[in-house]
Write a protein that binds this ligand. Structure first.
Ligand SMILES: [Zn+2]
Length: 122
């Protein structure tokens, strides 16, 4: 087991485990300076930006502190999007099959029309 020596412990996306992390000014990571931000067109999404550096691997990233309700919303949106994608693929396959069936029906009608016994209704 690794010995942790003080400092804030956070999930490092590079190490994929919890590590000691230092907070730095976001501008050091190339982001505009300033810590309080919001998304244009989504002014309810207000967040606090920080630069993070993993003391284990040196990976640097930006983090955003948001109200937890946004994380719940993110999970809901991911699930909804997954369902939409799944259904869209099913509908796409089914519409291809339906299109092929209609084409066969059209061919069959052409054959019927060529026969004298078939009279198209007008
Ligand atoms: Zn790391």
């Amino acid at each position: 087991m690794k010995v942790q020596q003080g400092g804030t412990q956070k999930w490092c996306p590079n190490c994929k485990e919890t590590q000691v992390v230092s907070a730095v000014n976001a501008s050091r990571l190339g982001a505009p300076s300033g810590q309080r931000w919001y998304k244009v067109d989504h002014e309810d999404i207000q967040y606090f930006r920080r630069g993070q550096i993993c003391q284990e691997c040196g990976h640097e990233w930006l983090s955003a502190e948001v109200p937890e309700a946004f994380l719940d919303e993110l999970v809901e949106l991911r699930v909804a999007l997954r369902d939409i994608k799944l259904h869209a693929e099913t509908y796409s396959r089914q519409s291809t099959l339906a299109s092929q069936s209609l084409e066969k029906l059209s061919t069959s009608l052409s054959v019927l029309r060529a026969l004298d016994v078939y009279k198209a209704e007008s």
